[in-house]
Design a binder for this molecule. Structure first.
Ligand SMILES: Cc1cc2nc3c(=O)[nH]c(=O)nc-3n(C[C@H](O)[C@H](O)[C@H](O)COP(=O)(O)OP(=O)(O)OC[C@H]3O[C@@H](n4cnc5c(N)ncnc54)[C@H](O)[C@@H]3O)c2cc1C
Length: 401
């Protein structure tokens, strides 16, 4: 038995900076590892697994055509080392699919499931004409790399786990649709009770309600709430085998694919950014976001907004934080001119620290915040920008002439 985990990346191939697992995916891996561990101790698990108390296997699936450098194979640090620290035993590095393509990604997961010999999964691998795996070129020096044709581990998969992001939910929904397997979104706990029954706790109503349920399935498809499970490395790092997977994907599976990725300063996405500078109706206009953009850039973060802002057309929906937007888990969320409606809080409650700037001391966001600045954001934000600029470049304090 093994658990596959779709891993989203912090960074991308060829950007000239280290690629790591996105924070939301490290959280998903943590839940996946616990699920695999519960399987090992389940009374339905093989006696050897139960006796050793070890997990059957925890396999990470990464897309993006990552090179050995991106994976950190040569240096023993980087993505593969990070995944090993989280207990991952196998890494499937998928290349040949440019950018995000939800159905194609789901086909690859389906292929991995069927190759891992799960008897309950259909259609079988020989009914998957779209995927023709082939072996990777021989790269000397990659000690941990599987040079043979990619083979999933010779153990049955019993779950596929992904972060409860737009991508994670979309890919697993596709996987559920093409395999007829049920999917549970936004889980906070999952235990294998054996016999194809999984006890789960999952968020409903944007996290306002926690539902306890039993998922009955030969293979459980689960996404993990992005703001509840903490990312915790394994007690002991695992020995990892890296498998290269280069599927041949049918054009129809690429009918929906991302052709452009909108990223902020530093290449961060809203879902994975460590700093988010949020703006609400109080910003007043599309032009009013310029100082917030500047502040986000200085802090190495991105801009997020409330729904009012997207409804007004000041910023795109991709930047919306909340129940019907993106859930964020930054170290710092700076909420400027945002009242803190429950639908907005549903998206930012996973922030480690919240600073609110608002003229209204009674605004709900002010009571939720760790630090509150009662004031006009049009004065406070430029003052912050000036102070940060002076820190970065003390010469900027000098007056011209
Ligand atoms: C089904 C549903 C789903 C929704 N999903 C979302 C969602 O995903 N995300 C989301 O954000 N909302 C969502 N909403 C909308 C939500 O209910 C609120 O209407 C919205 O979040 C309010 O946005 P706001 O805080 O920018 O505006 P307001 O509530 O109008 O608050 C503006 C704030 O700015 C302050 N302010 C004004 N001027 C200044 C100034 N110069 N300096 C400092 N502070 C100032 C005010 O005191 C006030 O607190 C949803 C609603 C529904 C019904």
């Amino acid at each position: 038995m093994t658990v596959f985990c779709l891993v989203e990346l912090d960074g991308a191939a060829g950007e000239g900076r280290a690629v790591g697992g996105a924070d939301v995916s490290l959280r998903a891996i943590t839940l996946a590892r616990e699920l695999a561990g519960s399987s090992a101790s389940s009374s339905f698990a093989p006696a050897s697994a139960a006796a050793s108390g070890t997990v059957g296997g925890l396999a990470a699936v990464v897309f993006g055509g990552l090179s050995a450098d991106d994976l950190g194979l040569e240096v023993g640090s980087g993505l593969v080392a990070e995944l090993a620290a989280y207990g991952v035993t196998d890494v499937y590095a998928v290349s040949g699919i440019d950018g995000y393509a939800p159905l194609a990604w789901a086909r690859v997961l389906q292929w991995l499931l069927s190759e891992s010999g799960n008897p309950g999964l259909h259609p079988a691998s020989d009914e998957l004409p779209h995927l023709v795996p082939h072996s990777s070129p021989d790269d000397s020096g990659r000690a941990s790399q599987d040079q043979s044709a990619p083979r999933a581990p010779g153990i049955s998969a019993h779950a596929v786990v992904a972060a409860g992001t737009e991508r994670g939910n979309e890919v697993l929904a596709h996987l559920g649709a093409i395999t007829d397997l049920p999917m549970a979104a936004n889980c906070t706990q999952a235990v294998d009770n054996g016999g194809g029954a999984y006890a789960i706790v999952r968020q409903r109503w944007a996290g306002l309600l926690l539902e306890e349920a039993v998922l009955e399935a030969p293979v459980a498809l689960l996404t993990v709430a992005t703001d509840v499970v903490s990312p915790v490395p394994a007690e002991t790092a695992a020995a990892v085998t890296v498998h290269e997977v280069a599927p041949s994907v049918d054009g129809s599976d690429l009918a929906v694919c991302a052709v452009e990725t909108a990223v902020g300063a530093g290449g961060e996405s809203l879902a994975t950014a460590r700093v988010v500078v949020g703006g609400g109706r109080g910003v007043g206009s599309a032009d009013g976001f310029a100082p917030l953009e500047e502040l986000a850039e200085l802090l190495g973060g991105v801009v997020g907004v409330s729904r009012v802002v997207t409804s007004e057309g000041w910023r795109p929906h991709t930047q919306q934080v909340g129940q019907t937007g993106t859930k964020i888990t930054p170290d710092l969320y700076l909420a400027c001119g945002i009242s803190g409606a429950i639908q907005h809080i549903a998206g930012c409650s996973g922030a480690k620290n919240i600073i609110a700037i608002n003229t209204d001391p009674a605004a709900p966001m002010m009571t939720r915040a760790d630090y509150a600045v009662i004031g006009n954001l049009h004065e406070v934000v430029p003052a912050l920008v000036t102070a940060l600029r002076e820190r970065v470049d003390p010469m900027s304090r000098r007056q011209p002439g």
